[in-house]
Design a protein around this ligand. Structure first.
Ligand code: ZN
Ligand code: MN
Length: 154
C-alpha cells in the first residue's frame, strides 16, 4: 500500500482525471468539467450538495443527477475517495484519491488530512498481526477542530 503520494497541484490532478476518463463513454460537457475541476482542486472534502451548489453558480441548469453521475464514474476509476458516513452525509476527496487518515470535526464537519508518516508502520503491524493482505484502509479521527474548541471555551 502506497501512502506517500505527493500532494498534486490541482491542474496536474485534473489532467490525471481527464486522462483516465479519455476513451470512456462519458461526454465531457462544461458542467461535468466544472464538477471534475471542483473535485480535483478541493481540499475541503465537499459533499454532493456542496459540489452541486458550486457548479450551479456557473451553470444554473446543472442537475444533481449530473453530480452523482460524475462522482460515480470517478469512483469506478478510483479517482475519488468517498468518505461515507452512517447518516448519509458522504464527503469526497478528488484531490487525494488514495486512502489516508482524516481528522473530522463532529461539530462543524470540517475535514482535514495532514500527511501522517506513521500510517506505513501501522499498516505493517496490522499485516503482521493478522496475516491479511490489505488493499485499502480507512482511518478517521473524530473530535473538535481548533475553531470549535475555541468557540466552546467562550
Ligand atoms: Zn469544527
Ligand atoms: Mn482527504
Amino acid at each position: 500500500m502506497k501512502n506517500h503520494h505527493p500532494v498534486t497541484p490541482k491542474e496536474e490532478r485534473l489532467a490525471q482525471i481527464l486522462a483516465k476518463i479519455k476513451g470512456r463513454d462519458f461526454r465531457l460537457t462544461p458542467q461535468r468539467l466544472a464538477i471534475l475541476n471542483i473535485l480535483a482542486a478541493s481540499e475541503d472534502h465537499p459533499s454532493v450538495d456542496d459540489i452541486y451548489k458550486e457548479v450551479r453558480n456557473r451553470f444554473p441548469t446543472t442537475s444533481i443527477a449530473t453530480v452523482y453521475k460524475t462522482i460515480a464514474l470517478l469512483k469506478e476509476l478510483n479517482e475519488v475517495l468517498e468518505l461515507g458516513f452512517p447518516d448519509g452525509s458522504n464527503r469526497y476527496d478528488g484531490h487525494r484519491p488514495y486512502p489516508h487518515p482524516h481528522a473530522i470535526c463532529t461539530r462543524c464537519r470540517k475535514i482535514m488530512d495532514p500527511e501522517i508518516s506513521s500510517v506505513d508502520e501501522l499498516s505493517e503491524e496490522m499485516k503482521k498481526k493478522t496475516g491479511y493482505s490489505f488493499s485499502f484502509h480507512r482511518l478517521d479521527f473524530f473530535g473538535l477542530c481548533p475553531e470549535c474548541q475555541k468557540n466552546s471555551r467562550k
